[in-house]
Ligand binder design. Structure first.
Ligand SMILES: [Mn+2]
Length: 276
């Protein structure tokens, strides 16, 4: 059984980044910020919230250069994360996104290409495809921290009762795991939930994991030109892919603190610009 969830400790620095969709310039910039954090605290962690693969096609690059004019370097990013994990094993954590899931049994997303999985895999050598799939097979689905935050690619609903249930979910739809596939679908594909649904889910998780006391979901999956948005008072999306370059945001959190409300995350402190 591959562990699909992780509970972080109540100390240390955590960098959180969202969708990259093949943008190696953004990845390398984040890596630079992570390396700077490591200089100050060698135990710093970097949490990537999925959708690292599937970059723009030529048409998107031409039509909307302000968002999409970059080469698709999906495989280079996956390799870069694997290299970092080899160096800092448990400190670099990858959470699966729906685009990544397409390579390991999930529904194949259409975005720039009608079948993004096929479009990427046909550009790779067989050994690269095998490495890419092996990397995604090992991914976690959700991460929680006693600082009050739950981290996922999408936003789960109240069918999620216990993070340990995630360890029993198969990545392939044929798996017989009750409402596991519904939980998985929300985790990877839901853009948001009603505030009360998230509150109910948090109450359930607090019962299953005493001491977590969750207050907000930090997620990716969505885009926003301004690089950041809050929904329903308890769901927050810092945006890299799909934000204007000067507005691309990521988070730097202190796991010893408590983040109870959106205002707990301050611009320039916890919320940082990728290209400041
Ligand atoms: Mn997504």
């Amino acid at each position: 059984m591959i562990p699909r969830h992780l509970i972080l400790p109540d100390r240390g620095t955590l960098l959180v980044s969202t969708d990259l969709h093949g943008n190696a310039e953004d990845f390398l910039r984040l890596r630079q910020h992570f390396e700077n954090l490591l200089q100050k605290d060698p135990q710093s962690r970097w949490l990537l919230l999925g959708d690292v693969v599937h970059g723009p096609d030529e048409r998107a690059r031409q039509d909307q250069p302000e968002f999409y004019d970059f080469p698709d370097e999906s495989y280079r990013i996956v390799e870069g994360i694997m290299d970092l994990q080899a160096l800092h094993s448990r400190q670099v954590i990858f959470v699966l996104g729906n685009h990544d899931h397409g390579h390991v049994g999930g529904p194949r997303p259409a975005k720039f290409y009608p079948d993004e999985v096929q479009a990427l895999e046909q550009k790779l050598e067989p050994e690269q495809v095998a490495k890419l799939r092996a990397f995604f097979e090992e991914a976690v689905l959700a991460v929680a921290a006693p600082c009050g935050l739950l981290f996922c690619h999408g936003v789960p609903d109240d069918s999620l009762r216990d993070l340990c249930e995630l360890d029993r979910i198969g990545l392939r739809p044929a798996s017989k795991d009750g409402d596991g596939q519904h939980v998985l679908s929300c985790l990877l594909r839901a853009y948001g939930q009603q505030a009360s649904v998230v509150e109910r889910m948090f109450l359930q998780l607090d019962q299953a994991h005493p001491g977590l006391d969750l207050r907000m979901v930090i997620h990716g999956h969505d885009r926003d030109p301004e690089g950041f948005f809050v929904e329903e008072g308890n769901q927050i999306c810092p945006v890299i892919f799909g934000a204007l370059k000067e507005h691309k945001r990521y988070l730097v959190l202190d796991l010893a603190k408590r983040y109870e409300r959106p205002v707990s995350l301050r611009e320039g402190k916890e919320i940082r610009r990728l290209y400041a």
